[in-house]
Design a protein around this ligand. Structure first.
Ligand code: HXC
Length: 257
């Protein structure tokens, strides 16, 4: 697949997507969004692809939504056109994906990273929601996902002051799953993605659905959903294979059936 703003490779069952607008520190314009929608749709519908890694450059995962593209927009264009709603197509992806963040993840860049199932970051990563400095505010989920990730006090402080959080603080605060040296970021993310890709795909989808439901439901409803999904996996061939493989002391080979 060839894209104007992305570089896409496959590594066996893992799709690696690199944001590629170095001249604008990977600022997210409408071309990036259109390309991301296409690549996520292709990933979702390809049963051979079982995990995806989204990364940027060493200097920037993404320095935000494209300020130059937005600067002259009217209320009617933003509200009437439901600006940023296209990102709902990415968060609707049911299959697992990881954000691998090095350098700046600011504004929409931080928000895009938080749309991932989890973030692996390099020691140089810097996260922030600086929109308030532009007299706006987070518009791609930051005011909601950051609160859920790191709690109200830190999220509110970051959104009101626009300050950046370095990688160590982001790990302590629970925004990122793991920190790795910058030179190893993509390899580590690919290794983690390969480990997920080796799991039964239906179990991965069900796990993601259940964990995501923790933010959308009561404890009782979430536990009921979890139990039903757990029960449902006993209808899969992969469950038989997974448990047989354990008993026979071998690796399971999963088909997504
Ligand atoms: C458009 C951007 C950009 C952005 C950087 N660039 N960020 N272009 N939109 N968000 C461009 C610069 O204009 C410049 O292009 C080139 O990338 C390199 O950036 P520099 O500023 O020269 O680099 P540096 O000095 O290293 O500073 C890096 C930086 C800074 C600290 C990340 O670029 C910065 O503060 N960027 C804006 C961060 C931000 O406010 N993000 C939130 C955006 S709003 P030229 O052509 O001049 O060389 C947002 C909205 C979300 O995300 C939803 C609510 C509306």
């Amino acid at each position: 697949m060839n894209f104007e703003t992305l570089l896409v490779e496959t590594h066996d069952a893992v799709t690696l997507v690199r944001l590629n607008r170095p001249q604008a520190l990977n600022a997210l314009n409408s071309a990036v969004l259109a390309d991301l929608i296409t690549v996520f749709a292709a990933y979702e519908t390809d049963p051979a692809q079982r995990c995806l890694v989204l990364t940027g450059s060493d200097k920037a995962f993404a320095a935000g939504a494209d300020i130059k593209e937005m600067s002259q927009q009217s209320f009617a264009a933003m509200y009437g056109g439901n600006f940023f709603a296209g990102y709902d197509r990415i968060t609707a992806c049911r299959k697992p994906w990881i954000a691998a963040v090095s350098g700046f993840a600011l504004g929409g860049g931080c928000e895009l990273a938080m749309m991932a199932d989890f973030i692996i970051a390099s020691e140089t990563a810097k996260f922030g929601q600086p929109e308030i400095k532009l007299a706006v505010m987070p518009g791609m989920g930051g005011s909601q996902r950051l609160v859920r990730a790191i709690g109200k006090a830190k999220a509110m402080e970051m959104c009101l002051t626009g300050r950046m959080m370095d990688a160590a603080e982001a790990e302590r605060a629970g925004l990122v799953a793991r920190l790795v040296p910058m030179a190893e970021l993509v390899d580590e993310a690919l290794k983690t993605a390969a480990a997920i890709a080796a799991m039964a795909p239906l179990a991965a989808i069900a796990t993601k659905e259940a964990v995501d439901a923790a933010f959308e439901s009561t404890l009782t409803a979430g536990i009921r959903l979890e139990r039903r999904l757990f029960h449902a996996l006993f209808g899969s061939e992969d469950q038989k294979e997974g448990m047989a493989a354990f008993v026979e002391k071998r690796a399971g080979a999963f088909k997504g059936q």
